[in-house]
Each structure stands twice: as C-alpha cells, then as structure tokens.
Design a protein around this ligand. Structure first.
Ligand code: NAP
Length: 251
C-alpha cells in the first residue's frame, strides 16, 4: 500500500542469503552456520571453487570476483534468482606464495599492492556493482563485508602490513560510500564492514605463533558471532566498521 513503511524483514529472518567467498575458512563456516540457522532461506553462494550442496534451495556460481567480467556474469545469474536480502562477502587476502605482509616501506612493491587492492576491495566492489541494478526501494537489504580492524586508520598505532592495511582501508571507504548511496536508494538498508577477530584459517596461519592464549578463534565461533552481529544490526549501524561482538571500531 502506498505510504506504508516497508516491513524490515532483512535482519531477523532473511528470505534469501547470498554468500561470496564460500570456500574460505570463515566463508565455509559461515555457509554452514547460516544454512543451519535459516533453513527456510534460499541460499546463494559464490566462490572460485565448487562447493558441496548446502540445502535443497542452494544455488552456486563458480566465478572469480576479482575479475571485472564477473560483474555482468554475477548480474545475469542474480537476474534468474530470488533477490537476496542478506549479502555477506568474505573475500580477502593477506599473503600468498611470494608475498608476506610488509614490515617497512622497503618491502612494498606495486604488484603486491595492486593484487591486495584487487582481492580485498575490488571483489566487494564488483559484487555490489552486480547487485545494484536489481535493488528495489521497498526490498530491505543487509550487506556485510568482512574487513579487518587493521584497516582502521585511527586504530593504527603499530604500522607495517602496508598492502593489507591500505586495501582494507579502501574496502572500509567502499562500505561507507555504499551505505550512503544505497541508503538513498532503499527504504531499509544496512551496510557494514565486520572484523571477525583472529580466526584459525589459512590467512592467519603464519601469524598464529605469537598470539596470547584465547586470542585465536575457531571458524565455527567466528561464523556464529558474525551471524549474530548481522542478525542484530540496528538501522543506525549502517556505514560502520564493527567488531565481532557488534561494537563499533573507529574508521
Ligand atoms: N582469519 C583471520 O584471522 C581474519 C582476521 C581479520 C579479517 N579477516 C578477513 O576475513 C575474511 C575471510 O578470511 P579467511 O580467514 O576466511 O581467509 P581464507 O581462508 O584465506 O579465505 C580467503 C577468502 O577470500 C576469497 N577470495 C576471493 N578471491 C580470492 C583470490 N583471488 N585470492 C585469495 N582469496 C580470494 C576466498 O573465496 P573463495 O576461495 O571461496 O573463492 C575466501 O573467501 C577476509 O576478508 C579476511 O581479510 C580474517
């Protein structure tokens, strides 16, 4: 009915969930958690890999989100699917075969910088670009990108890790921008970045030795906390970077 506020069903019980990066450590655990928590929801996943079928309604797209051609391919796929009202993007990288996080300027090189930016920021931009033309003013949307506390400029007192920090800061700015653009376009819209905390995945493996006890979380625990944060988002959380307990981290 014209003039009636849209019912915000986006957070409590999503009808359709889209999860990108579903093969990663946190991504795979989050897929299991969300499927178990919302068995009635249609489940859409994106990954560079094949993944096992998660539910009777599960649809999977194998694609590389880093590639700009993924925008139109994901969009074509989404046109044929229900409109997701929860989107969670887990894509990110810290190190790879010939790249370790930089301790100083001397260790920075353009190729690693650009690859970090591509995986940590552009995979999220491309997914947003694919979804954007499908969004409807009266269909609530909740979007969560997994980011990292080290992407906070204000919180940076240690330095180092140039490519990861810079690319996560870029992702954080993307999230802030998206919250503004989609906030104007959709009646009920929550767009956030979430820091999962140090989680036992290939991404954190080389850096786990010096952690104090209790500071390394299992993927199951992190996934459950991330799902809790998304489920409990308030309207005024939009545009924020949040801890795994839902508290805000300064940008
Ligand atoms: N683990 C931690 O301690 C920690 C701490 C803070 C923040 N985070 C953030 O949490 C997110 C998930 O990380 P994780 O720990 O689950 O890491 P992971 O196990 O290494 O997973 C990497 C993730 O990035 C995706 N990805 C997409 N394109 C990629 C590419 N070209 N190269 C490498 N990965 C690509 C993977 O998706 P597919 O394989 O499905 O394609 C997967 O979801 C990341 O954004 C990370 O920055 C993690």
């Amino acid at each position: 009915m014209a003039g009636t506020p849209a019912l915000d069903t986006s957070t409590e019980s999503p009808q359709c969930i889209l999860l990108a990066g579903a093969h990663g450590g946190v991504g795979a655990a989050l897929a299991q958690t969300l499927c178990a928590r919302f068995p009635q929801s249609t489940f859409l996943t994106i990954s560079r890999h094949d993944i096992p079928r998660l539910s009777p309604t599960h649809q999977h797209l194998k694609i590389e989100l880093e590639n700009p051609s993924s925008v139109s391919a994901v969009q074509d796929w989404l046109f044929r699917s229900p409109l997701p009202n929860w989107v969670v993007n887990c894509c990110g990288t810290l190190h790879w075969q010939d790249h370790r996080p930089e301790k100083s300027l001397r260790e920075c090189d353009d190729r690693a910088m650009l690859r970090s930016f591509s995986i940590n920021a552009l995979t999220h931009l491309h997914l947003a670009q694919a979804l954007d033309p499908l969004l409807k003013r009266r269909s609530p949307l909740t979007w969560a990108s997994l980011s990292a506390k080290v992407g906070s400029i204000e919180d940076n007192h240690l330095g180092g890790w140039y490519s990861y920090r810079m690319s996560k800061a870029a992702l954080n700015m993307l999230i802030r921008n998206l919250s503004i653009e989609w906030g104007r376009k959709i009646d009920s819209c929550k767009v956030v970045a979430i820091h999962p905390g140090t989680t036992d995945t290939p991404l954190s493996k080389p850096f786990q030795a010096n952690l104090t006890e209790g500071k390394l979380f299992s993927t199951e625990l992190s996934a459950s906390r991330i799902a809790d944060v998304i489920q409990n988002l308030a309207e005024d959380d939009t545009g924020r970077l949040l801890f795994w307990d839902g508290s805000p981290i300064p940008w």
